[in-house]
Write a protein that binds this ligand. Structure first.
Ligand SMILES: *Cc1c(COP(=O)(O)O)cnc(C)c1O
Length: 377
């Protein structure tokens, strides 16, 4: 008989979530407003610091969509987007009838390459359209090269949407991820570092942008006794039930970051001295990753193993692992979108693997994982 499944990243409750959910039921605030919504927003604002204003929403995808709306992205516009990411970074660009322009990664942080970003901006301007926004991602929790990306964005005066969906708890030079963008977004999907079962947030430094985000996310209703609308609205607000889960999760966020980072140390230990396998880690001490997922890169020549071989060996023991994100410019749906870069993201996709990284993995789980690697290496 097979042992229990070890997941890549599964929900990990702290214990007080149900107390907040029960309060919502007891007071009958079972709606997308109430004390948990306000409380969760305050918790996040306190956690992020830097004068952050947070609007909690139904998903990270909704937050990216509203960020694009708030930045005025509309039909026919172009938006620069990291290619090496999950599709939710790019899909909302198309909701607005805009075109994503995909950019390669650099090999230190696996995130947006400042050189190709600038190359793309210059070429798009030459072709007649200045891009309206940049979607920059902290993939797997690793902060992107903040200073280099900001310098390019400022030079051409293009706002940044900081996709911090995977990076709550990460930091660059001790400033929290989620506070670097003109607008930033977070996700509380079930597989993320904390979860509300499904949810997201938009983060801004401007309280009136927060108010606008809340207005748009709750059907853009004008101030009138009847239902009157002067804007297109969305049903994107977070429910008071989900926000209750979020308040409980905020109490264990720091502990869960430490546990995910301990999983990364665990893998560093396994592969220390193994020629041809490297565990993804921070390039310098300025970067602090929550290590949402721990990833390895495999050199096929040196190991005689492909990432797929390792994935199947883990799967045989009921242990989940997964290839790295398939770059957007290689996705069938985006095959016609312009792309600027080389093969950095493509090579990562071909040779990388995400390993079980949850904050809830036990020592027994770790032993099972280690045993597979001892056997195949
Ligand atoms: C999860 C994720 C999103 C979307 O968040 P949801 O809450 O699932 O909609 C966006 N970008 C990245 C990089 C993600 O990993």
């Amino acid at each position: 008989m097979k042992e229990n499944k070890i997941w890549l990243s599964s929900p990990h409750m702290g214990g007080t979530e149900q107390k907040f959910v029960k309060e919502a039921f007891d007071t009958n605030w079972v709606a997308p407003l109430g004390a948990n919504v306000d409380g969760f927003e305050t918790d996040l604002e306190t956690y992020l610091q830097e004068e952050s204003y947070v609007a909690v929403l139904s998903s990270g995808t909704a937050a990216i969509h509203l960020a694009l709306v708030l930045l005025g992205v509309t039909y026919g516009d172009e938006v620069l987007c990291q290619s090496f990411t999950f599709s939710a970074s790019a899909n909302p660009i198309t909701y607005q009838g805009a075109t994503p322009i995909f950019i390669d990664s650099e090999s230190d942080t696996w995130n947006l390459c400042p050189r190709h970003l600038e190359e793309a901006i210059i070429d798009r301007i030459k072709k007649g359209k200045k891009p309206k926004a940049i979607v920059a991602v902290h993939l797997y929790g690793m902060p992107y090269k903040i200073e280099a990306i900001n310098a390019v964005a400022q030079k051409y005066e293009i706002p940044i949407i900081e996709d911090s969906a995977e990076a709550l708890g990460s930091a660059y030079k001790e400033q929290k991820c989620g506070t670097f963008g003109d607008i930033s977004i977070l996700s509380f999907n079930g597989n993320k570092i904390i979860t509300t079962s499904g949810g997201g947030a938009l983060v801004t430094k401007n309280s009136s942008i927060k108010e606008k985000a809340i207005f748009l996310s709750s059907q853009a209703r004008d101030n009138a006794p009847h239902y009157q609308h002067s804007h297109i609205g969305y049903n994107y607000r977070m429910s008071n039930i989900c926000a209750g889960i979020g308040r409980g999760q905020m109490e264990v966020l720091d502990a869960h970051v430490n546990l995910r980072r301990a999983m990364n140390d665990f893998y560093q230990g396994i592969f220390n001295g193994v020629v041809g396998v490297s565990v993804f880690k921070e390039p310098t001490n300025d970067f602090y990753s929550n290590h949402w997922l721990s990833c390895i890169l495999i050199d096929k020549q040196l190991t005689n193993l492909s990432s797929e071989h390792i994935r199947l060996a883990l799967n045989e023991e009921n242990i989940e692992s997964r290839p790295l994100w398939k770059p957007m410019h290689l996705q069938p749906i985006f095959k016609d979108a312009p792309y600027y870069g080389d093969k950095v993201a493509e090579n990562l996709f071909s040779n990388g693997l995400c390993l079980p990284s949850g904050s809830n993995l036990t020592l027994k789980d770790q032993d099972r994982i280690e045993k597979v690697f001892k056997t195949i290496l």
